[in-house]
Design a protein. Structure first.
Length: 210
């Protein structure tokens, strides 16, 4: 923080339990990003590099759009200016939302490769680890997704993200029918992404229960 007074957030590099690099630095999630993530097709990713969420950390000190918050140092001045995490986002998308807000205030976000932690992916939610990539995501994930797109891209952005995901799913399905076994999506994802789109300001079911 002393070395980079322009940095509002600094995040550590992450490795999994086997010591393999785990992505934690990204480009912002845009509605078109949903097409890339759902299609799982290299051609589309290369055609739309601006919207590909994965960020190269090959530079000496990478400056991504957002960081995974498993390990992040936040400057006190940021909390004073930006505030705390959005209480309406229980889990997932709260980190990218916060980084949007930090960037909007003119601060940089830094990925500090010399700092490294072991990140047990899915340790909190039990659905984002490698062994559960096909498992149905909890409702709060999609509620957080809805709030994120509404907050930063408006209602049209939310609907566009859902349509883009659906289009990508059709592309992936066509490849599966042609024999591609590597493509997979979570259970019930097609219906779950439309949760709350008619009432996007609905408070999270999980938060209401708490």
């Amino acid at each position: 923080m002393d070395a980079r007074p322009d940095a509002g957030l600094i995040g550590s590099a992450m490795v999994n339990s086997e010591g393999v690099h785990d992505d934690s630095a990204f480009h912002f999630i845009h509605p078109i990003t949903e097409l890339i993530r759902s299609a799982q097709t290299g051609v589309i990713s290369r055609l739309l590099p601006k919207f590909n969420p994965y960020f190269s950390v090959s530079e000496p000190v990478p400056e991504p759009d957002w960081l995974g918050f498993a390990c992040v140092l936040i400057r006190r001045e940021i909390i004073d200016q930006v505030g705390l995490l959005d209480d309406e986002i229980f889990m997932y998308f709260e980190d990218v939302d916060y980084c949007h807000r930090v960037k909007a205030m003119g601060w940089n976000i830094i990925y500090w490769k010399r700092s490294k932690i072991v990140h047990l992916l899915g340790g909190s939610s039990e659905f984002s680890g490698k062994e559960s990539t096909r498992k149905r995501a909890p409702r709060f994930y999609y509620e957080s997704r809805t709030r994120y797109f509404m907050k930063h891209y408006g209602y049209i952005g939310l609907v566009s993200a859902n349509i883009a995901w659906t289009l990508g799913r059709l592309i992936a399905l066509s490849r599966q029918l042609l024999g591609n076994k590597r493509i997979h999506h979570r259970e019930n994802a097609f219906s779950d992404i439309w949760i709350n789109f008619l009432n996007p300001y609905k408070r999270s079911t999980f938060l209401k229960e708490k």
